[in-house]
Design a protein around this ligand. Structure first.
Ligand code: ADP
Ligand code: ZN
Length: 735
């Protein structure tokens, strides 16, 4: 069984405490414990210069300040103290990612109003009196209250449930038939009921779900890779693991790529457990975030569905973490704290005795290798549920297509799309490129419009009528004359983006209803999700989309997926180019044929003989992973070796190179552990937001404690001016 946490240490008023704040300071600060004393782990408000800041009591004070100058903490906040395991988790993830503790604390306290007292709102319940005059509407309200027993509601909830206007409720309040009371805003989440019936599972599914339920029940740490094609019932299976956690009285977390958090998914959870879970994502309101943060700390939220940062919420008793679409690159945070939520989920679970389920149709090579070596348990769902079968995969050899200029849809693909439209089915055209055209070129002088602050071309977004830099987000108006040679009216778009493909489709299929989906075309993630759901419900004949349509959406009527450029991801020297292309193509193809109708996926390619394209087509996944694994083993790269990306950046190029060269020469601490350093060299994108970037790469054996060596190495230099040194452990991107 899990160890119970030792009773928190206590500091009497005036005792010296060490407080960790989220301020960019490189040490804990000493204070005197506030009036009434405080627990270890307590959230406290402390003076810092003229300001009040929030911190966590991390231990006894160091006592290396003049005791007379040590100030007293103001007060203990009204929030559950940070638990020992959470402090452990922050410390160990800081060590792993080489991140300062204050930045980790910032991640763990991303809830607004932490220092505020719980605010109040009005709630309504049955009052002592009867109304003087009964009407139908009034009766409905009283019936609703009777039906739900001693639950209380907000005005809006009660009116909606009863199907009356809010003024009806207000009228009943005046007569004392309904009582209006103040109540804390941060209400507990409704209890979830794991005993509601689950779907009847297939044999495969039942075996997997029994294994997971037992693993969760055991209360020990473990990780399972749950593999199965899209539609094989992975969600169904891990919801049973959630049920086991709930039964054991423990909390569960399901991590999803941001965009996959759909109403459809939440509805399934609600059907299984009776209520909606807590939802933690970028679209959540401030009040909702605050409520979730607090309720999780008090054990009054049992299930959280969230994006990667949900991992840093203050769970009281976490028993299960599911990472759905575990291979998804959005789990790696690429700014600020450079962490991979999948890896940190495993770390967190190992600290608190939780089970981890990594679910994917196309796992990352890392997870595949861990399952191969026996470090992770592997469970397989081999077929799609019900009549749905994996789509038939075909290539279209573009060398034979002989397309006219500025056309990207081959005759073959056009014919197949038309066939689906005629049959009343949906087709999808996929291109993994946002905007209208990747290049804007002057036909007079050949100049390509670039970003002023980055070493990158600007991408035309016709929908916004602007050129946008995909590196820094800067945009400018479409130029009418060439910025280089001043020629008028000679600027032309080159190459396809999703918007341009939409335009071509409109010409090819004039009678079809076409929906173009790209993350930048909708104001919010919510608006985009609403659009996707409308399409899934039959709102379009042709869906044109980027990567985001590949993630977790069900299009029941979709029977054809056409990939415009299957070669796109194979360019470049990225270590994971093959893996990513394989995953993406299999995932996109998996959108086709989810219901009774079989699906087809067609890949337009100029290199149909490429080994990656071949293995996508043949669907020999094991063969593909084995070949990839052999290549990486031979090269000594992850997951068979360790790697760190080093990025030195600054506004002054000579200074940036000086620092990088200096670091490369001072490689003693790295050599001492047998690590090698490569570079420095200008980064593939050599300037971003006006900062020059130089990269180095550090490689070491799998067994080497690389982080310690890296921090000793980095500690040899003092960063002057605006120079920055970023260390990216297990880098996913190499730009
Ligand atoms: P995955 O997560 O692997 O993509 P899902 O769990 O979403 O698969 O299952 C695909 C579809 O099949 C869903 O609509 C799901 O409800 C349904 N389904 C899967 N297994 C069963 C089952 N045993 N009984 C009924 N419906 C099922
Ligand atoms: Zn830019």
């Amino acid at each position: 069984m899990r160890q119970s946490q030792t009773a928190p240490e206590y500091f009497d008023e005036g005792a010296l405490i060490g407080v960790l704040t989220a301020e960019p300071l490189d040490r804990m600060l000493d204070y005197k414990a506030p009036e009434g004393g405080c627990h270890l782990g307590a959230f406290v408000e402390v003076p810092l210069g003229p300001r009040k800041v929030i911190g966590v009591v991390w231990g006894a004070g160091k006592g290396d300040w003049d005791i007379k100058k040590v100030r007293a903490a103001y007060r203990v906040l009204d929030a559950a103290p940070m638990r020992l395991e959470m402090r452990d988790f922050l410390r160990r993830s800081a060590d792993y990612t080489l991140t300062p503790m204050n930045a980790m604390l910032r991640l763990a306290t991303r809830a607004p109003g932490l220092g505020d007292p719980p605010s109040m709102r009005k709630i309504y319940r049955r009052g002592p009196s009867e109304p003087e005059r009964m009407t139908d509407a009034r009766q409905k309200v009283l019936n609703t209250l009777a039906e739900y027993g001693d639950l209380s509601f907000t005005l809006k909830e009660l009116a909606e449930l009863a199907g009356v206007t809010t003024s009806v409720v207000k009228g009943l309040v005046e007569q004392g038939a309904v009582a209006e009371e103040g109540s804390p805003r941060d209400l507990p989440f409704p209890r979830l009921d794991p005993s509601l019936p689950s779907k009847e599972l297939t044999e495969d599914q039942a075996t997997a779900s029994t294994y997971l339920a037992d693993a969760v029940q055991s209360g020990n740490y473990g990780t399972t890779l749950l593999r199965g094609v899209t539609g094989s019932g992975k969600t169904e299976v891990y919801l049973e693991a959630v049920a086991a956690a709930l039964r054991a009285g423990r909390q569960a977390l399901v991590l999803l790529p941001e965009i996959a958090l759909t109403a459809e998914f939440l509805k399934r959870v609600q059907e299984r457990f009776g209520h909606r879970p807590a939802e933690w994502h970028s679209g959540a309101t401030m009040t909702e975030r605050r409520r979730i943060w607090r309720m999780i700390g008090q054990g009054q939220a049992q299930l959280v569905i969230g994006a990667r940062s949900a991992l840093f919420l203050p769970y009281q008793n976490l028993g299960l973490i599911v990472v759905d679409e575990e291979h998804d690159t959005s789990y790696k945070q690429e700014e600020g704290v450079l962490y991979n939520a999948r890896d940190m989920a495993v770390l967190r679970a190992s600290i608190c005795g939780a089970h981890v389920v990594l679910a994917s149709a196309t796992p990352s090579l890392e997870s595949w290798a861990n399952a191969e070596s026996g470090k992770y348990k592997r469970l397989e769902l081999t077929s799609r549920f019900g009549p749905a079968v994996m789509p038939t995969m075909k290539t279209i050899d573009m060398r034979d297509a002989k397309l006219p200029a500025n056309r990207w849809v081959s005759e073959v693909l056009k014919f197949e799309v038309q066939k689906r439209i005629d049959a009343g089915e949906q087709a999808m055209l996929f291109i993994n490129r946002r905007g209208y055209a990747p290049i804007t070129l002057c036909r007079a002088c050949g100049h390509q419009v670039g970003c002023d602050d980055c070493d990158a071309r600007m991408v035309e977004h016709r929908f916004q009528n602007r050129l946008v830099c995909h590196q820094c987000g800067e945009s400018k108006e479409m130029p009418t004359k060439c910025p280089s040679c001043d020629a008028e009216g000679r600027m032309a778009p080159v190459g396809p983006g999703v918007e341009r493909l939409g335009e071509e489709a409109a010409e090819l299929f004039p009678d079809a209803r076409i929906a173009t989906l790209s993350s930048d075309m909708y104001g919010s993630a919510r608006a985009l999700k609403a659009e996707i759901e409308a399409i899934a419900a039959g709102g379009a004949d042709i869906v044109i989309g980027t990567q985001l349509v590949a993630k977790g959406h069900n299009f029941p009527n979709l029977t054809l997926v056409g990939v415009i450029d299957a070669d796109l991801g194979l360019q470049g020297s990225d270590l994971r180019a093959a893996e990513r292309t394989f995953q993406l193509m299999r995932q996109v193809a998996g959108r086709a044929g989810r219901a009774e109708k079989p699906g087809t996926a067609m890949l337009q390619t100029y290199q149909p003989e490429h080994p990656v394209i071949r293995s996508i087509l043949e669907g020999d996944e094991e063969g593909f992973w084995r070949a990839q694994a052999a290549e990486r083993k031979a090269a000594g790269v992850p997951p068979y070796g360790r790697m760190a990306g080093i990025i030195v950046s600054g506004t002054d190029l000579p200074q940036v190179f000086d620092l990088a060269n200096h670091l490369a020469r001072m490689d003693g601490p790295l050599r001492a552990v047998g690590a090698q350093i490569f570079g420095p060299a200008p980064a593939p994108i050599a300037r971003v937001r006006g900062r020059h970037r130089v990269r180095m790469l550090v490689k070491a054996d799998k067994t080497v404690a690389l982080q310690g060596a890296l921090s000793r190495w980095a500690a040899q230099v003092k960063l002057k001016g605006d120079l920055k040194l970023a260390i990216d452990i297990d880098p996913q991107n190499f730009y």
